[in-house]
Design a protein around this ligand. Structure first.
Ligand code: NAP
Length: 350
């Protein structure tokens, strides 16, 4: 089997119809042993920090900050604070610092992506490049099953035609229910999403096989005024399948990045307690830079045994001090998955 292959080109977009055939779902699973090894890097499960009254509350279904949402948010903080204060080892297999971020109204953030041996995500910007094998793909679906939301940057959304749903099965049979599916989030500070390129995401949401996406845009996007003409049409398309829009923070340019803390707090307020951030490189590099890395709880990287060569999309955050590492991971585990290896760790400054 080849370890690297290029996906066929994206088909021309047609707004999926109600009766459009559902994409065929591959069922993924991983061993109990691999689940156990990944557990310390995952967010705490809802039933370990929420009282019974709130466990089954579908808190990730709306962006409205209504009475129910604020009660839910307050209850989550109180339960987490209680666990944090008592440092209950049964309920907290996680780093206590990870839980501390959650007591402060910030979701658990897991950065996860696949890279080549030369630290690249794809052969070129705008080119989808499959790096990982089937086993690590299954691992990604396991991670998706354990997060409330999946976030990708608009650069990835515009080229990868991602599905962003979860087809993981704990018993190798039934895929997790819609209620357990993560919410897809498209981070698009400059409002340049070509939602017609995300035909798969729209089709899955329409078929009830995944949640509808939320489009995250910034309040002010300098120099992007002309694309706002497209906003109305885009919002209609998103809302048409049950999605929504979150407007938060400011954005000047790609180099300066976005206001992550504001974005993450806005997500917490909607009931999202954990976010898996899947790329691309601009998003990952922005989160790993010094001013943002305290917001990241875990990093889970798939390393594929291949070199892409120069010219690809590289993960390397901007260095803040000339003579110091930008970020170091601790409590690191390396897990082989087929021909790939998965490295899981926590950001040392947390
Ligand atoms: N191997 C993997 O695991 C993996 C995973 C994901 C993606 N990829 C690949 O990575 C490539 C895409 O990476 P990318 O870096 O071009 O795109 P990206 O990170 O997905 O999105 C970058 C774009 O999104 C906006 N943006 C979103 N968040 C931003 C932030 N925090 N700071 C600054 N700008 C932000 C900017 O748009 P504006 O320019 O409009 O302002 C920027 O150009 C694709 O080839 C994709 O296939 C690989």
């Amino acid at each position: 089997m080849a370890w690297l292959w290029n996906e066929p080109p994206i088909k021309p977009f047609r707004q999926p119809q109600e009766d459009a055939p559902c994409p065929k779902q591959t069922v993924y699973t991983i061993s109990k042993e691999d689940q156990r090894r990944l557990a310390p890097y995952l967010p705490p499960k809802r039933d370990t920090f929420l009282t019974e009254a709130y466990r089954n509350d579908p808190a990730v279904s709306s962006i409205e900050e209504d009475e129910q949402a604020s009660q839910h948010n307050a209850a989550s903080k109180a339960c987490l604070r209680n666990l944090w204060d008592n440092k209950n080892p049964t309920n907290l297999p996680h780093s206590t610092n990870q839980v501390k971020l959650m007591t402060e109204g910030l979701p658990h953030v897991t950065l996860t992506y696949a890279q080549s041996l030369d630290s690249q995500l794809s052969l070129a910007p705008g080119q989808r490049t499959t790096l990982s094998g089937l086993q690590t793909k299954a691992m990604t679906h396991y991670l998706r099953a354990n997060h409330d939301a999946i976030l990708i940057g608009v650069g990835t959304a515009n080229v990868d035609n991602p599905g962003l749903n979860c087809s993981f099965s704990y018993d190798g049979g039934k895929i997790v229910e819609l209620a357990e599916q993560p919410r897809p989030l498209i981070l698009d500070p400059g409002r340049s999403w070509k939602e017609e390129k995300c035909e798969k995401l729209f089709r899955l949401a329409r078929a009830g096989l995944g949640r509808a996406p939320w489009w995250i845009v910034c309040e002010e996007s300098v120099g992007k005024a002309k694309v706002k003409e497209r906003d109305e049409e885009r919002i209609t398309n998103i809302k048409d399948i049950g999605g929504d829009v979150i407007i938060v923070g400011k954005y000047a340019n790609r180099e300066d990045g976005v206001e992550w803390e504001k974005i993450l707090r806005a997500l917490w307020n909607t009931g999202i307690r954990s976010v898996m951030i899947e790329g691309g490189a601009t998003v990952i590099n922005d989160l790993l830079r010094e001013r943002n890395q305290h917001l990241v709880s875990s990093v889970i990287v798939t390393i594929a045994p291949t070199y892409l060569g120069t010219g690809g999309v590289v993960v390397a955050p901007p260095r803040s001090k000339a003579d110091e590492n930008e970020a170091r991971l601790r409590e690191v585990t390396w897990i082989p998955f087929g021909q790939d290896v998965v490295m899981a760790g926590k950001v040392a400054r947390n």
